[in-house]
Design a protein around this ligand. Structure first.
Ligand SMILES: Cc1cc2nc3c(=O)[nH]c(=O)nc-3n(C[C@H](O)[C@H](O)[C@H](O)COP(=O)(O)OP(=O)(O)OC[C@H]3O[C@@H](n4cnc5c(N)ncnc54)[C@H](O)[C@@H]3O)c2cc1C
Length: 421
């Protein structure tokens, strides 16, 4: 799939959740595409020219080929994206191809270690949702998150990483040899000497009646990068006050949407970078409502049409909204940790290194005569990097740095294992 293909054309229904997922996948892998709304004259002509009239939607036109009933998995097959590991055992297996996992893969593979990187969705993780990362070291003009991930993906694979997409890790177990066994979706297992967990965060869910039913049909979690260009001239609501919400409102305003930003607190600058606050305050297309939250959503023709907003004084207002983007932060993806014997803190983040020592004492079941290395979990040789780790900085550069550092520490563990009888 890498390098990029020329622009592809996609025919589908904007408000069909399955069709949205194809659009989202293409956006997150930085594959340029033109969208044709099914039923429009242009869409019918395009399908007719490619002999695809009446074929199951969405249809992706790639050069002379028409890929019908397209899903991420169908596209991956058509474009020869590996979805299976090629070996049974690796020196290093990394879970999650966000910035932390991709960086770990680049360094591990370039150091000559056999390296597996497993990703349940698309490379880039949270970063692939953002149109422009402006504070990543070395890119003074900024770089799209999906574009950055795509470059790292190419680099990791170029050094020999086995990058498996669209196949999540569903179980981990430390086997008697000390290796970690990873169970992947679809009844596939591999083992590795070193494990690096980099599964990052998932969106915190907003509990409002009726919202889940409108998911991907006007209501979206995240910054809505693939949706912004559809929202020109529409009323949209963004919920949240972090950097992801800030980037979303600016992107949507740039696309010509009338944007309302709902913030529960009374001050944007407590949770958002100063450069974003300044731009939002200067943008007259953005209406920021502090001390406000959504209490209800309404639909027309199965699509979001209106939100009910309550402010801190109890005043209630109904506002038109054809789209709503929920960016209220994330929770660590660490449900797997207990099963693998990996300690987490009270908020579910994976605990590593010195944080595992209670009053200077190692964890009760820690088997070695040394302290855990800085990014090592409570299981020797099992490291954690990036947003999932307790105390991490929740920044792309932080995640990349931890990915690189986990590999340096992995070498120390490998050396230690070589010295064992
Ligand atoms: C909208 C948005 C904008 C942002 N903007 C900025 C910015 O401008 N600057 C900045 O520095 N930071 C920004 N951030 C934060 C930054 O993106 C994160 O800190 C960074 O992506 C964390 O990287 P990570 O690799 O630890 O985790 P993630 O990015 O969360 O990646 C984890 C990956 O692991 C995969 N995964 C999870 N579980 C499994 C499993 N069981 N099997 C296989 N794969 C799995 C996920 O699908 C995901 O791809 C932003 C975040 C968001 C959401």
């Amino acid at each position: 799939m890498s390098p990029l293909r020329p622009v592809v054309a996609v025919v589908g229904h904007r408000l069909d959740p399955e069709h949205y997922r194809v659009r989202d996948f293409l956006t997150r892998i930085a594959q340029p595409f033109d969208w044709y709304e099914a039923g429009s004259e242009d869409a019918e002509q395009l399908l007719g020219r490619h002999g695809a009239t009446g074929e199951p939607l969405p249809v992706v036109i790639d050069g002379d080929a028409s890929i019908v009933a397209a899903t991420a998995a169908v596209l991956a097959r058509a474009w020869d994206v590996p979805t299976m590991p090629s070996r049974a055992h690796y020196d290093v297996a990394i879970v999650g191809a966000g910035p932390a996992g991709l960086a770990a893969a680049v360094y591990a593979a370039s150091d000559g270690l056999s390296t597996l990187l497993v990703e349940s969705e698309a490379p880039g993780g949270q970063a692939s949702h953002t149109a422009m990362i402006e504070n990543f070291f070395g890119f003074p003009e900024g770089i799209g998150g999906a574009e950055l991930a795509r470059l790292a993906w190419r680099q990791a694979v170029g050094f020999g990483t086995d990058l498996v997409l669209l196949r999540g890790v569903v179980g981990h177990e430390v086997v008697p040899s000390g290796d970690v066994r990873f169970d992947l979706a679809g009844d596939v297992s591999v083992t590795s000497t070193i494990a690096i967990a980099a599964p990052g965060m998932e969106w915190r869910r907003l509990k409002v009646p009726g919202l889940e039913e409108l998911l991907d049909r006007g209501v979206y979690y995240g910054a809505g990068r693939s949706e912004a260009f559809h929202c020109g001239g529409e009323d949209v609501t963004v919920i949240g006050a972090g950097n992801s919400a800030g980037q979303a409102v600016l992107e949507l305003a740039k696309a010509g949407a009338r944007v309302t930003m709902l913030v529960r607190g009374e001050d944007l600058s407590t949770s958002m970078s100063g450069y974003l606050v300044d731009r939002i305050e200067a943008d007259r297309r953005i209406d920021v409502r502090l001390g406000s939250q959504v209490t209800e959503v309404d639909a027309e023709a199965e699509r979001l049409s209106r939100v009910t907003v309550e402010d801190s004084g109890g005043r209630i207002e109904q506002r038109a909204a054809q789209a709503m983007f929920v960016c209220i932060g994330g929770v660590p993806r660490s449900g797997w940790a207990a099963g693998a014997g990996v300690q987490t803190d009270a908020r579910g983040y994976v605990v590593t290194g010195p944080d595992l020592l209670a009053a200077g004492r190692r964890p009760a079941d820690w088997p070695l005569e040394r302290d855990p290395f800085t990014l090592e979990t409570s299981v020797p040789g099992f490291f954690a990097a990036g947003d999932v780790r307790s105390g991490s900085t929740k920044r792309v550069a932080g995640a990349v740095g931890e990915g690189a550092m986990a590999v340096a520490l992995a070498h120390r563990r490998l050396t230690e294992l070589e010295g064992l009888p």
